[in-house]
Ligand binder design. Structure first.
Ligand SMILES: CC(C)(COP(=O)(O)OP(=O)(O)OC[C@H]1O[C@@H](n2cnc3c(N)ncnc32)[C@H](O)[C@@H]1OP(=O)(O)O)[C@@H](O)C(=O)NCCC(=O)NCCS
Length: 167
């Protein structure tokens, strides 16, 4: 089940963009020029020379929020004293007709391997409560489940779950 890293110079990049449009997630991944947004890592699942699924991630320092100061967060030192880093899942989807064929699992497995290769401590995502299939997938993959509230960029507070796996 081939999963490859994608960027604008990949021969199937147009197919990647078309898939992102089909699953309505392009706005989270690409800029106006059709290139991946800065710091977004793109992986894609290929079926018969076209893209049938994707996961995108970014690498970030793990930070502890400081109450009342949104802009001031402290990093968490790892065992070597350097700030702990993680990958955070930005988007994840498989085209409807290719679901339940193992592509989601293959994408997650590749993302976990990449997280480890990048020297990160963990992989994490946040998902709203209204996506039970994603919950089933993440739990099947062994992720820990941390129920939590989050505030969207528009100031709405939503209930959902952080899925976390140390690598
Ligand atoms: C979540 C999603 C990416 C899973 O992709 P997928 O290719 O169907 O997943 P897989 O076939 O690899 O399934 C892996 C495991 O997850 C679980 N799972 C997946 N879909 C499931 C479903 N509909 N019901 C129950 N369990 C399910 C199963 O345990 C499955 O293993 P199995 O098939 O051996 O039983 C896909 O359903 C999807 O695109 N959903 C809509 C977008 C979305 O919710 N994205 C995440 C939030 S942004």
């Amino acid at each position: 089940m081939p999963v490859e890293r994608f960027s604008a110079d990949h021969p199937l990049w147009d197919s990647y963009l078309t898939h992102l449009d089909r699953v309505d997630m392009a706005r989270w991944v690409v800029d106006m020029d059709g290139c991946a947004k800065p710091d977004i890592i793109c992986l894609g699942a290929i079926v018969e020379d076209s893209v049938a699924g994707h996961i995108t991630l970014r690498v970030q320092d793990m930070r502890v929020p400081v109450p009342g100061r949104d802009d001031a967060q402290t990093t968490i030192p790892g065992a070597d004293g350097l700030p702990l880093r993680e990958t955070f899942i930005n988007t994840f989807a498989v085209d409807v007709e290719y679901r339940r064929q193992g592509h989601g699992r293959a994408l997650q497995t590749a993302a976990i391997a990449l997280t480890k290769a990048l020297g990160c401590y963990q992989i994490r995502s946040w998902t709203p409560f209204e996506t039970p299939v994603n919950y089933a997938t993440m739990i099947a993959l062994g992720y820990a489940v941390h129920p939590a509230l989050t505030t969207t960029e528009h100031g709405r507070t939503l209930g959902g779950v952080y899925f976390i796996q140390t690598v």
